[in-house]
Design a protein. Structure first.
Length: 161
């Protein structure tokens, strides 16, 4: 497996992976078909100054990604938030952990002192991984998501350096 920062050359694969992840995971914020993902849109995300996209490849195929969004206001420039997605065929195989380790290394070089995320309270695999990496639950967004007619909580999680 190769972990690397994505470039615009990876935009088409990123779109396909994001569509696959949104179609197969009930825990992603966006559902399949809820938004239109385009190669041009992915290129724009990859080119944004405050976003870094780290990907995991297995034999030239993109199998996981992490969007790292740096805050732009002065008082929060030491913070970044992340979104993680892994293709369904590769979940539980360490891809998410390797992506998160790459994010931690990236943060160290960027003078980032805090990384934060939200996760659905029912997503036990992701919660266990985030805790293993050193993230802590800092708060609860009660009934913040409505999925299949039921409300779910989200946890605010953060990791300090």
């Amino acid at each position: 497996m190769i972990i690397k920062e994505l470039s615009v050359d990876d935009a088409k694969q990123l779109v396909q992976l994001m569509e696959d992840v949104e179609a197969s995971s009930p825990y992603m914020l966006m559902e399949a078909g809820e938004r239109t993902l385009t190669v041009e849109g992915a290129e724009a995300i990859i080119n944004r100054d405050n976003i870094t996209v780290i990907g995991a490849e297995d034999e030239e195929r993109l199998i996981g990604y992490t969007l790292v969004i740096k805050e732009t206001v002065r008082k929060k420039k030491h913070c970044a938030s992340i979104v993680v997605g892994v293709h369904k065929d590769y979940r539980g195989m360490g891809v998410g952990g390797q992506l998160l380790q790459a994010v931690l290394a990236w943060a160290n070089h960027q003078a980032i002192m805090r990384i934060e995320l939200t996760v659905v309270s029912e997503n036990e695999a992701a919660l266990a991984l985030y805790k293993k990496i050193g993230f802590e639950v800092e708060g609860v967004k009660r009934r913040s998501l409505l999925m299949d007619g039921e409300y779910y909580d989200e946890y605010y999680m953060g990791k300090l350096f």
